[in-house]
Design a protein around this ligand. Structure first.
Ligand SMILES: *Cc1c(COP(=O)(O)O)cnc(C)c1O
Length: 456
C-alpha cells in the first residue's frame, strides 16, 4: 500500500472556480438582519451606504448554491494558494493514536491567516464598483494586514481602526500594515463621534473590536467613494472562506479519505464555516449524516457554549444591523487573553443557526491547555501555530487521545488557520508559567445579557 504523502496540493487547474454558499442547502435559514433603529427586516437599500453593492447581494443570497469566483480574485488566490492539506504523522506518533490527523494550513501568506481569502474578494468588488477607499477594524491584526495586502494589490486606500491594546502591544503588526500602505488609527480615537463618546465614557480604555467597528463604519459612511468591510461573522465572509473546505475536500478525495471529525477554532466563525461548508453539505443532504463538526472557543469568551441565541448588535456603538446569533452581549469585554482573533462577543448567524439546530457542537478550552497543545504541535510538525489556531489543535489532540482509549482509527481534519510569530509575548508568558486562565462568572455574563436589545 502506498503511503499517504505528508502534503497534498491541488494543481492550479484543480483549484475551485466557485465558492460554495452553504445557505442554499440549509433546511432553515438564519433569521434575517434587523434595522438597528426600526427593528424591521433590513433591505438591500439599507445596506448600500455601508457595504459594496455586490457584497450586499452576496450577504442576502441564500439561494445560489455556487457563486463564481471572479477571474481577478482567482489570479490573486494563485499567488498563495492552493493551501496544503497536511497529514500530521509526527503528531500522531507522539500521541500514539490510531487516529489519522489532517490539517489544512492557511498561514502561508504574510497576513499569517486565512483572512486574505475574503480580503481579496471584498477589495476586488470595491474596486470594480469604482470606490477609492475602505475602512475596517482589526483586533489582533491579521485582518488589517490581510486587507492592507489586498488593497495594495488592487489599488485602494485603506484606514484600519486597530484596537488600542493591540496597537500598543503589537508594534510590528502596525509596521506591516504601514508597509502595505494603509493608515492605522488606535481605537477608540478622537477621529469619530462614536470614538469621542466612548473615550469620554471610558477614559483610558484599551478599546475592543466592537468599538473599532463603530468607528470604521462612521468614517466609511461620512466619506465619498468609501465603504466599510468586515473580516468575519458575515455570510459573505463565510462564503469566501468556503474555498478552504472545497480545496480540503478535493485533496481528501485524491487520497480516498473523508473526515469523521471536522474541527475549527471559532471567533466570528469564518474559518470554521469555510472549512466545514463542503462537508456540511453532505450532512445536510443525508449522504454523510455522521460527520462530527466541532467549534472550539476560548473559555474566556464562550459565545456558543454559554451565550444566548438572540438578536444583538455586532458592535459596541450600536450602529450595525441586528443579527440573531449566539452572543455574550455587545457590551461584553473579554478579559485579556492571548487569542486576540477569538475575542468577539458574537458568532456568525450561519454557524449559530447550525449549532442551534444540532448540526454541530461546540467546546470551550482554557488558554494554558491551548498553549500546551500549541507547543507540542510546533515541536512535532515544525509550524509555530497562531494561538487562535491552537484552540483547534487542542481539541484535535483530545479527540485523537480519545481514539487511543477506544482503539478507533477516526479521520480527523482540523483548520490550522495561521502562524503565531506576532504572538511571542503570549508564548513567553506560557513558557515562563505566567499565563492564567480567566473564565467569566455567570454573574458577569448575566450583566452583559441584561443589555441585549429587546426585540418584539
Ligand atoms: C481571525 C482569526 C481567527 C478567528 O476568526 P474566524 O472568523 O472565527 O475564523 C482564527 N485564526 C486566525 C489565525 C485568525 O486570524
Amino acid at each position: 500500500m502506498s503511503k499517504i504523502p505528508y502534503r497534498t496540493y491541488l494543481t492550479e487547474e484543480e483549484m475551485p472556480r466557485q465558492w460554495y454558499n452553504l445557505r442554499a442547502d440549509m433546511k432553515e435559514q438564519p433569521d434575517v438582519y434587523l434595522h438597528p433603529g426600526t427593528h424591521q427586516p433590513i433591505t438591500r437599500e439599507d445596506m448600500l451606504p455601508i457595504f459594496c453593492d455586490e457584497l450586499c447581494d452576496q450577504e442576502l443570497n441564500s439561494t445560489d448554491r455556487y457563486i463564481d469566483i471572479p477571474e481577478e480574485v482567482q489570479e490573486f488566490y494563485k499567488i498563495y494558494r492552493p493551501a496544503p492539506l497536511i497529514r500530521a504523522y509526527n503528531l500522531e506518533k507522539a500521541l500514539d493514536t490510531p487516529a489519522k490527523i489532517y490539517y489544512k494550513f492557511e498561514g502561508n501568506n504574510t497576513s499569517g491567516s486565512h483572512k486574505l481569502n475574503s480580503a481579496a474578494a471584498q477589495v476586488y468588488y470595491a474596486k470594480k464598483q469604482g470606490l477609492t477607499s475602505l475602512t475596517t477594524e482589526t483586533g489582533a491584526g491579521q485582518w488589517g494586514t490581510a486587507l492592507s495586502m489586498a488593497c495594495a494589490y488592487f489599488g485602494l486606500d485603506l484606514t484600519v481602526y486597530m484596537v488600542k491594546v493591540s496597537y500598543e502591544q503589537k508594534p510590528f503588526r502596525k509596521a506591516v500594515i504601514h508597509t502595505f500602505g494603509a493608515d492605522v488609527i488606535p481605537s477608540p480615537s478622537d477621529t469619530t463621534e462614536v470614538g469621542r463618546a466612548i473615550l469620554k465614557a471610558h477614559p483610558g480604555t484599551g478599546g475592543s473590536l466592537g468599538c473599532a467597528i463603530s468607528e470604521a463604519i462612521e468614517t466609511a459612511t461620512h466619506q465619498k467613494g468609501c465603504r466599510y468591510v468586515l473580516g468575519s461573522v458575515l455570510n459573505q465572509v463565510v462564503l469566501h472562506q468556503s474555498i478552504i473546505g472545497l480545496e480540503s475536500k478535493i485533496a481528501m478525495e485524491k487520497l480516498g479519505e473523508y473526515p469523521d471529525i471536522v474541527i475549527g477554532c471559532a471567533g466570528g466563525g469564518s474559518n470554521l464555516g469555510g472549512l466545514m461548508g463542503a462537508f456540511m453539505k453532505d450532512k445536510l443532504d443525508g449522504s454523510r449524516p455522521q460527520t462530527d463538526f466541532i467549534a472550539v472557543e476560548p473559555a474566556s469568551c464562550p459565545s456558543l457554549t454559554r451565550g444566548r441565541y438572540a438578536y444583538d448588535f455586532c458592535d459596541t456603538g450600536h450602529v450595525t444591523p441586528l443579527a440573531r446569533m449566539y452572543t455574550l452581549g455587545s457590551d461584553f469585554m473579554p478579559s485579556a487573553n492571548h487569542a486576540g482573533g477569538l475575542r468577539y462577543h458574537g458568532m456568525s448567524p450561519i454557524l449559530s443557526k447550525l449549532y442551534h439546530d444540532g448540526y454541530m457542537r461546540a467546546v470551550s478550552v482554557e488558554q494554558t491547555k491551548v498553549f500546551e497543545a500549541a507547543v507540542q504541535f510546533a515541536k512535532c510538525e515544525t509550524i509555530l501555530p497562531a494561538p487562535e489556531s491552537a484552540h483547534a489543535i487542542r481539541v484535535a489532540v483530545d479527540e485523537a487521545l480519545r481514539c487511543r482509549e477506544s482503539g478507533e482509527s477516526k479521520t480527523i481534519l482540523f483548520g490550522l488557520t495561521g502562524t503565531g510569530y506576532f504572538d511571542m509575548n503570549a508564548y513567553t508568558s506560557y513558557l515562563e508559567g505566567k499565563m492564567s486562565d480567566y473564565i467569566p462568572t455567570d454573574e458577569e455574563l448575566q450583566k452583559s445579557f441584561d443589555t441585549l436589545p429587546k426585540i418584539g
